[in-house]
Write a protein that binds this ligand. Structure first.
Ligand SMILES: *Cc1c(COP(=O)(O)O)cnc(C)c1O
Length: 347
């Protein structure tokens, strides 16, 4: 190793699901929405000439629209380049104690990557045998708590009372609740932000709003929490929110009817698909998300994964302890899921 290399920050990066280049594939591997964004988003062409200008560094149009939508003050909202950016900023801002932060052993696999990147020590209490989070594991002293609710890749949601219990036992640290999938059936912790100034609720436009390609995420919390995050963000890069994101994100929020319609279709397809695969030997936890975490009683998940891939159907397989016999299947259109079901039946 060269001398300079000993001073390099060395990290093992997060590996996102594959984004295949070919056409004609059924893509059920990265929890994208199968429907296009609201037609209002598509209509609102950004005047390209304007792109010569810097965007509004405070992204006020988008922040105000999100705040109104949730009935909040605009200084309770922080926006970022996807919720990954928002979560990374939150880790950097809030997790600076000597104690370990806590998140489940099976959860979004970016949390440990950020912890490593920022030099934050962490512990991962194990989910129980039914993949449920054990609240008691979060009662001990810690440097912060991160809970994805609904959790990924299990799809399981806990009620708001569960989150409040964790907050009651964690008044001295920041508790982050990652609600990437909440629109598909979870119960939001948002009503608790006035009561707990240490609660940060994080959302994304990538799943329920069909806008993964634009990269918009946001956090909501007390004015104090949001101010601390903004201070860190503006010490790093002022212009993270680009002009199309600000304008088109705002249009998406304004079209509530379309949002409800497409989320409703995904939920309906999910519940239908779940019943169908149960008839052929699969099982899965009840999902409050746009994916199912499925396992088969006889056929190994790795085998299904490989054979599906040969048929140009992509799902997600995690080669990790405890979940290596499961597949995470994103809910596509009804047609996509019918094709996948037919394929599963041939196996
Ligand atoms: C998809 C996802 C994210 C990241 O979403 P982006 O807004 O696209 O960065 C964060 N947390 C969880 C649990 C997710 O599934």
């Amino acid at each position: 190793m060269s001398a300079w290399e000993s001073n390099v920050r060395k990290v093992i990066p997060y590996v996102p699901g594959e984004q295949p280049k070919e056409n004609n594939i059924i893509k059920l591997n990265t929890n994208e929405n199968p429907y296009p964004p609201s037609p209002k988003v598509l209509e609102k062409a950004v005047e390209l000439e304007k792109l010569r200008l810097y965007p509004d560094d405070k992204a006020e149009l988008l922040v105000d629209t999100i705040a109104d939508y949730h009935g909040l003050n605009n200084n309770q909202v922080f926006v970022g380049v996807g919720s990954d950016d928002v979560l990374a900023m939150a880790f950097m801002t809030f997790f600076n104690s000597d104690r370990s932060i806590l998140f489940p052993d099976i959860t979004y696999s970016f949390y440990d990557v950020w912890a490593e990147l920022f030099g934050i020590s962490y512990e991962r209490p194990a989910l129980d045998d039914n993949f449920r989070i054990k609240a008691e594991d979060y009662y001990k002293e810690n440097g912060g708590v991160v809970i994805a609710n609904p959790n990924a890749p299990t799809g399981i949601a806990e009620p708001i009372s569960f989150i409040e219990d964790i907050l009651e036992h964690n008044k001295d640290v920041v508790v982050i609740v990652d609600e990437a999938y909440v629109d598909f059936g979870g119960e939001s912790a948002l009503p608790l932000i006035d009561k707990y100034e240490n609660l940060l609720v994080v959302r994304t436009f990538s799943k329920s709003r069909s806008m993964a390609g634009l990269r918009i995420g946001y956090a909501m919390g007390s004015e104090k929490l949001i101010k601390y995050m903004k201070d860190v963000k503006f010490s790093y890069n002022s212009y993270t929110m680009n002009m199309p994101s600000i304008i088109l994100g705002t249009e998406s929020i304004k079209d509530e009817e379309y949002f409800r319609e497409t989320v409703g279709k995904v939920v309906e397809t999910r519940d239908w698909f779940k019943e169908e695969i149960k008839k052929i030997g699969f099982s899965c936890p009840d999902s409050s998300t746009n994916f199912l975490f499925i396992t088969h009683k006889d056929i190994p998940a790795s085998e299904i994964f490989n054979k599906a891939r040969e048929k140009k159907i992509f799902v997600r397989y995690f080669k990790k302890p405890r979940i290596d016999n499961y597949l995470r299947v994103t809910i596509g259109t009804r047609e996509d899921m019918e094709t996948f079901l037919e394929f599963l039946k041939t196996l």
